[in-house]
Design a protein around this ligand. Structure first.
Ligand code: KIV
Ligand code: ZN
Length: 512
């Protein structure tokens, strides 16, 4: 007999983006959304359209391309917000409105300054309005984890009568503990007369490190949707991490009464993509996606695993997408093979011109690095995402000098709106000198918030992937660059960030 489905609702592009510094451009959101669809996530929460024109455009763009996942848009419980969200998800093959209102005494009294009866009236009216525009409506009782049970029952019963199809119980401040949170879900489902008409969902924050435990306890108590994010990205300490929820349910099918439709082999590629786009590194000992998650150091463990894998391993690394970086292409591979591999990886190439430049860059890379892996292609194509339209600055050539006892020096030629300019600077190291040289041309006056380097694959010929985070006038942007020379990768990342900063796009990263 087949089990019930556990709906995986990913909010990396909405709650995840609310992490300070994790703002994403429309193109970056599209890349992640495509990867989530490839992973077979049921619902992708793409953003909060009323927050800004930039977020509206990003949600709409996601709605236009995603076919196999429902695209959800968040909105406060106002008709104006809901109308904007409805407009953004109009192109979606399957769309959802996710509207929310706080129900805890502290939020109602101090933040909303609304009486409990007013909250019920506003919640009903929002759900009614949303249902006039779309069939799939989710209602969230913000701070449900600290709301009074009797009041929650009243609000939820009322919004179900108005046509809500999913009821979400967020532990907004990460205050709950597993047994008590599960009991809350059980009580709500038992006490609300029309509770069987909706899917019960949970959305847990990780302030006490309990987001995954609370979500899984709620699943045992009847929740059939979990809201989560890749790498547990999200406000403050983050949200429940998708990879941990999915793999716990899959690994412990002996106890969970439901299953997901997720293609787990896409988990590690998704984790790497989110980490590279946001510049948030994954800690090595992070479950499932940390670099050490499947590494056995102690002799006793290694001996056991060699004799019989299950002695120390409850999951297989390859099942979650580790070691999937097959050797794909080499120096002699042609355009057809290159194009075919990009297609297999789900990487969209906008035009023949983009394909031609990407292919040229692939050949240059293959000259420096004999084995090209999937990760290299992802990095190469994300560099290509900086199209001439948004490319104000471009690195033309670079020279670095670094020698024991000498002051490191960088000399660069940068094209600025088509005009080549030369700059030279010294610094405490070649990267510092490079950034100073770039700034001497761009004079952006931005503040460097983050600089990080990771190796994309293994081996000393691996490409280094650099993330640079810049802040200016309240706007925070990330830039990425990859190259076998990490100083060149650093220059590319800095220039990418400058190009994003100088684009006219509105700030994404909305805070609710
Ligand atoms: O944490 C929260 O309460 C939220 C809601 C908007 C669902 O993110
Ligand atoms: Zn949240």
């Amino acid at each position: 007999m087949s089990k019930e489905q556990l709906i995986i609702f990913d909010t990396t592009l909405r709650d995840g983006e609310q992490s300070p510094g994790a703002s994403m451009t429309k193109e970056e959101k599209l890349r992640i959304a495509r990867q989530l669809e490839r992973m077979r996530v049921n619902v992708i929460e793409a953003g909060f359209p009323a927050a800004s024109n930039g977020d509206f455009a990003a949600v709409k763009a996601v709605a236009e391309v995603i076919k196999d996942s429902t695209v959800a848009a968040l909105s406060r419980a106002f008709d104006k917000d809901i109308s904007r969200a409805l407009e953004a998800i109009k192109p979606a093959a399957s769309g959802r409105i996710h509207t929310f209102l706080a129900t805890s005494p502290i939020h109602m009294e101090k933040k909303l300054r609304m009486s409990p009866d007013d909250v019920i009236a506003a919640a009903k009216s929002a759900v009614r309005f949303a249902r006039n525009g779309i069939d799939d409506v989710e209602f969230s009782c913000e701070d449900a984890g600290r709301s009074e049970l009797d009041f929650l029952c009243r609000v939820i019963e009322a919004v179900i009568k108005e046509g809500a199809t999913t009821i979400n119980i967020p532990d907004t401040v990460g205050y709950n503990v597993p047994e008590q949170f599960a009991e809350r879900i059980k009580q709500l489902r038992a006490r609300i007369p029309n509770s069987d008409k909706v899917v019960w969902s949970v959305h847990c924050h990780n302030d006490l490190g309990l987001a995954v435990a609370n979500s899984l306890a709620a699943v045992m108590a009847g929740a059939r949707q979990v809201e989560c994010t890749i790498n547990g990205l999200g406000e403050r300490a983050g949200n429940a991490s998708l990879e941990e929820i999915v793999m716990a349910v899959r690994t412990r099918q002996d106890i969970f009464p439901c299953e997901t439709r997720i293609d787990a082999t896409q988990i590690v590629p998704a984790s790497k993509m989110v980490s590279s786009i946001t510049g948030f590194p994954v800690q090595p000992n992070k479950a499932i996606v940390g670099a050490n998650a499947f590494a056995h150091e102690s002799g006793i463990h290694q001996d056991g695993v060699l004799k019989h894998r299950e002695t120390y391993e409850i999951m297989r690394a390859e099942d979650v997408g580790w070691n999937a970086n097959k050797l794909v292409l080499g120096k002699l591979s042609g355009r057809t093979a290159f194009r075919a591999r990009l297609k297999e990886l789900g990487i969209e190439v906008e035009s023949e011109q983009v394909l031609n430049t990407a292919f040229m860059r692939f050949k240059e890379l293959a000259d420096k690095k004999h084995e090209i892996f999937d990760e290299d292609l992802h990095a190469l194509m994300s560099d290509e995402a900086v199209t001439p339209e948004n490319e104000r600055y471009r690195l033309v050539s670079s020279m670095f000098h670094s020698e024991t006892g000498e002051v490191p020096l960088a000399r660069l030629i940068i094209s600025t709106e088509g005009i080549e300019k030369e700059a030279e600077a010294s610094g405490s190291g070649p990267v510092d000198a490079t950034f100073k040289a770039i700034e001497s041309i761009a004079a952006s006056g931005s503040e460097l918030l983050l600089y990080s380097v990771t190796a994309i694959t293994t081996g000393t010929d691996a490409q280094g992937e650099v993330t640079v985070r810049l802040a200016k006038d309240g706007r925070i942007v990330n830039g990425q660059g990859a190259d076998t020379d990490i100083v060149v990768a650093s220059a590319k990342a800095y220039i990418h960030a400058l190009n994003t900063l100088s684009s006219k796009k509105e700030k994404l990263n909305p805070q609710i």
